[in-house]
Design a protein around this ligand. Sequence first.
Ligand code: FAD
Ligand code: SF4
Length: 419
Amino acid sequence: MAINVIKDKCKGCGICVKACPFSAITMKDKVAEIGSACTACGVCVSKCPFEAIEKTEDEDVVDLSAYKDIWVFAEQRDGKLMNVALELIGEGKRLAKEISDETKLCAVVVGDGVAHLADECYAYGADEVILIQDPLLKNYTTDGYAKVITDAINEFKPEIVLYGATHIGRDLAPRIAARCNTGLTADCTRLDVRVSSYIEYAKKNTTLDTSTLDPNDPSTGIKQTRPAFGGNLMATIICPKTRPQMSTVRPGVMQKREPVEGAKGELVEYKPTIAASDIRTEIVEIVKSTKELVSLTDAEIICSGGRGLGNEDGFKLIKEFADKVGGVVGASRAAVDAGWIDHSHQVGQTGTTVKPKIYFACGISGAIQHLAGMQTSDFIVAINKDADAPIFEVADFGIVGDLYKIVPLIIEMWDDAEA
Ligand code: FAD
Ligand code: SF4
């Protein structure tokens, strides 16, 4: 879909400029011009009294072979890279290697005074860093970041762009996808390289020549897998006709690579074209939440409580447990919905995805939506009075019994072990 101005018909009346809800139209030499903020909503088409704006529904045939390399949006806050960015650099590197030896993994760092992050990106596997800096990009704004990244995508044409499914990633990725007129799969938990059946066949039969493979073959690309229908099935989604292929990926799902200190890569400084008028919001003040900060994603040990606690006070025991073992308090949605603990503690499909070294599940049944957020933990200990609870199917160590008897015993044993 595209919005086009029919120049011969445009009288320069400016009605469309006022009508556009996205401020995407400007007048240039008395002719309307559609800018990169256009979402193709079509409002201007109906408002123009001279029928000078049209919406073309016909599919543009995209030259897939013009797109190469994998980009990761290396999200930073206060000059520090988010963990999910490092995880995605690792995952992107894996995909790049599978696609071809020539495919590069590029980390896109956006902000102001953030050049120091390039070395960390190289250490975690980036071949290239695309650095986009401007004082107007100091703090995240949807308009600013969407504009400069869309412009860079249009210029460099990456084949794949990955974002962390953070608040910022979830806000940014769909806007960029709409502006690039491409697809986006949100909340992926798995990414694979998709090859045509011919390539698969050829790989198994090494005598076949794969050099003639058509890069425009729509059956190549990536398979993007995410939970669907409340986590009851996994949907695998492809983007066969447009580029870039875009995904958001939940924090904690992909593996970070071991950093290689001193690793080097190529630095590409992309000078963005951005003006204050491109940004429709103004950040007046940043107020940090006064709530206790819970960093479930980075925790090495998590002690989670569920409905089996019976009441809000049960979390006092879980907190004591977590403090004793040096962990962080997690919770099931049932406990959150009951109002016993804040949502920021929730683990699972609609909470946080975690991958600690040890995950203690206390009074949690093991519903599929909870498992979706913790089953890749290194070691799972489940405490439940129902021997048939599904949590025991994923547990490495299960204790059948009353958590109010077992948790104090573990705390006591921990004391003894420390003594
Ligand atoms: P229950 O299923 O009620 O289990 C309580 C367990 O405690 C039982 O197994 C019981 O045997 C045990 N128990 C009771 N008393 C004791 C005791 N004294 N000692 C030991 N064991 C005891 N859930 C999440 O957790 N996270 C999510 O992100 C999430 N997202 C969802 C998204 C959707 C779209 C939907 C539909 C649901 C989602 N859910 C999520 C809810 C999920 O389906 C379950 O309802 C929820 O996980 C159940 O929480 P629970 O295990 O604490 O409670
Ligand atoms: Fe603005 Fe919508 Fe017209 Fe695009 S289609 S220029 S967003 S009114």
